[in-house]
Design a protein around this ligand. Structure first.
Ligand SMILES: Nc1ncnc2[nH]cnc12
Ligand SMILES: [Zn+2]
Length: 337
């Protein structure tokens, strides 16, 4: 259990969020409000019964309900409202910069135009209280041709997207399925990230690095099963966007006391803390920090390292990174780390 000074530091320190699926920030209350606004019939009677359904056995059982929740998003204003709600909530946790994932195929497959999705999310990022940029994710349970067609649709909005990622059902959909589309994105100068080593084996982390040329690994917690891979991630300082509450809700670890966040830091890895799908997993950024620090012997020095890693691993310009890190250092000025 962290002492009161450490809890306050965790809350107050500036931080960046590098792993947030915007569709995973859709709270049950907003799902019901949008369903009513758009005349969408939900399979649940009330906010409470929907929230009760948020008990998951694994990644797939979560994804089924997550895609159902996203079905209420139809209009540009819906995407705006969802994104603005997240940005306001993140600001309360002293998140100063967010690199936001969105899943266009979840919406275009239902007939929602690509433009509606990106315009709504992007407009909220312009109006919101914190710095925010967008990373478009390809759904790995769909084909690479589908991902290539989505990339074509995104080209007119190239200036609104800083990078691409890979998400959805991991096992059985290895990174190499998406070599061509990631190569095309690399040529376009987009930043590259991918989910790997969440439920999938350490080999997926290796192929995401070697075949997709990703710059960060989303989750990546299973890397510790492979000592050579762990040494490489430490040597190359490849950032891992770790999501503690997600990992417990999706049963990657039995409980928070078994989480390997401290072991990752002890191995010299550039781990960061993130919320993944906060509306579904029981908490935003500071809840993730507090849950991990409550269960593991993490110190103020670890808090500083995790926040520093979040800025260093971000796709911000060097001067912006420097400014945030200076602010972070000032926050720890009188703290023994
Ligand atoms: N944790 C997660 N893993 C894979 N795909 C996702 N989409 C939303 N959250 C995800
Ligand atoms: Zn994720």
């Amino acid at each position: 259990m962290p002492n009161e000074q450490l809890r306050i530091l965790l809350q107050r320190m500036p931080k960046a969020e590098l792993h947030i699926h915007i569709e995973g920030s859709l709270e049950p209350e907003l799902i019901f409000e949008l369903a009513q606004r758009n005349g969408v019939k939900l399979a649940y009677e009330s906010v409470e019964s929907l929230r009760k359904a948020y008990a998951f056995d694994n990644l797939q059982s979560f994804l089924d309900i997550y895609y159902a929740g996203a079905s209420v998003l139809l209009k540009e204003q819906d995407f705006y409202d969802m994104t603005m709600a997240y940005l306001r909530r993140a600001a309360e946790d002293n998140v100063r910069h967010a690199e936001i994932f969105f899943d266009p195929q979840t919406h275009t497959a239902r007939g929602v135009p690509f433009q509606t999705v990106v315009d709504g999310i992007w407009r909220a990022c312009q109006d919101g209280p914190i710095s925010a940029t967008l990373i478009m994710c390809f759904l790995r349970h769909l084909s690479e041709d589908d991902a290539l067609a989505t990339l074509e649709e995104a080209l007119p909005y190239r200036d609104k997207i800083i990078g691409v990622g890979l998400d959805s059902s991991e096992v059985g959909h290895p990174p190499e399925k998406f070599c061509r589309v990631f190569e095309r994105c690399r040529q376009l100068g987009l930043h590259l990230v991918a989910h790997a080593g969440e439920e999938g084996p350490p080999a997926y982390i290796e192929t995401a690095l070697d075949l997709l040329n990703v710059e960060r690994i989303d989750h990546g917690v299973r890397c510790l099963e492979d000592p050579l891979l762990t040494a490489r991630l430490a040597r190359e300082q490849i950032a891992l966007t770790v999501c503690p509450l997600s990992n417990i809700k999706l049963r990657v670890f039995g409980d928070m006391g078994e989480h390997n966040l401290l072991a990752l830091l002890d191995a010299g890895l550039a781990a960061t803390v993130n919320s993944d799908d906060p509306a579904y997993f029981g908490g935003y950024m500071n809840a993730n920090f507090l849950a991990a620090f409550d269960a593991l012997p993490l110190t103020a020095a670890h808090a500083h390292q995790l926040a520093r890693n979040s800025f260093t691993a971000s796709f911000l310009e060097p001067e912006a990174k420097r400014a945030f890190i200076d602010e972070l250092d000032a926050c720890f000025d009188h703290v023994k780390v």
